[in-house]
Write a protein that binds this ligand. Structure first.
Ligand SMILES: Nc1ncnc2c1ncn2[C@@H]1O[C@H](COP(=O)(O)OP(=O)(O)OP(=O)(O)O)[C@@H](O)[C@H]1O
Ligand SMILES: [Mg+2]
Length: 247
């Protein structure tokens, strides 16, 4: 990467749920154009971090800065207008709308007319390979298609930064590989990506950098190779098996 300018930052962000500290003093810098993998065991605080970065939750302490601007007090749609979109771990399509209509909802983030939104949605559907399912109700889509729809809805907003929450979860290896390839292509189009993923093979190969959360605390942050060898990370998450698979 030629220059490393931060596009998104969590500055000492903390989120508590009653007694539980879900995210503790998180400092995270996301650089323009990179793919950052965010990993960690179940309950580590990954989705909560996404909620904080995208305005779905308010930090108890600290702040989120997007493109140099504090996001304090802003609603998710306002943050989306400023260029950050996230997907949900549990895909939530509008079940009674068609695939196309679901994606058009995303496109209205910028589109000035219905025709423009439809054009954008059709283009995105082709890109994710859902064009043949354009006119079916979202409820009729299978898991793999729903995951792609989730990605399509997010892409249609034309994000500068895209947060993907387990977008390959529940997919078979072929579908997963296809999705990883799509993520790579999205980055080629100039979108900065943060992805939460449990499938180590894909996250380690596609990410430029990986950050690891454990009990709400960031315990590692660096190139995938270094993170995969980090003793604390191996103990907390990867296990010896992964180490053997690497060697
Ligand atoms: N709205 C909430 N109210 C209370 N506790 C919550 C809430 N959201 C998350 N938590 C708790 O915060 C912790 C972190 O949850 P989070 O969903 O961020 O984990 P995660 O890393 O995304 O896990 P997974 O890999 O299972 O998706 C968990 O203990 C969870 O139960
Ligand atoms: Mg999660």
């Amino acid at each position: 990467m030629a220059e490393r300018s931060p596009i998104l930052e969590a500055r000492t962000v903390t989120k508590r749920f009653r007694g539980l500290v879900a995210v503790r003093d998180l400092d995270l810098v996301v650089y323009e154009g990179e793919i950052l993998g965010l990993i960690g065991p179940n309950g580590a605080g990954k989705t909560t971090s996404f909620n904080l970065l995208s305005g779905f939750e308010r930090p108890d302490d600290g702040e989120v800065v997007l493109r140099g601007e504090s996001m304090r007090g802003l609603e998710p749609w306002q943050i989306c207008r400023r260029g950050l979109t996230r997907t949900f771990q549990i895909a939530k399509p509008l079940a009674n709308l068609t695939t196309l209509q679901n994606v058009m909802v995303g496109a209205f983030n910028h589109a000035r007319s219905e025709a423009a939104a439809q054009r954008e949605a059709d283009e995105v559907l082709r890109f994710v390979g859902l064009d043949r399912r354009r006119d079916v109700q979202a409820r009729a889509l299978n898991i793999a298609e729903r995951k792609r729809l989730e990605l399509a809805r997010a892409l249609a907003t034309r994000p500068r930064v895209l947060l993907l929450d387990e977008v390959a979860a529940g997919l078979n290896p072929t579908e997963g590989a296809h999705l990883t390839e799509l993520v790579r292509q999205v980055r080629e189009r100039g979108v900065t990506i943060v992805m939460i993923e449990h499938v180590m093979r894909s996250v380690m190969t596609v990410s430029d950098r990986v950050a690891v959360l454990h009990h709400g605390v960031k315990i590692a942050d660096g190139p995938p190779r270094d993170v995969a060898r980090d003793q604390q990370v191996i103990q907390a998450y990867l296990g010896e098996e992964y180490l053997f698979a690497q060697s």
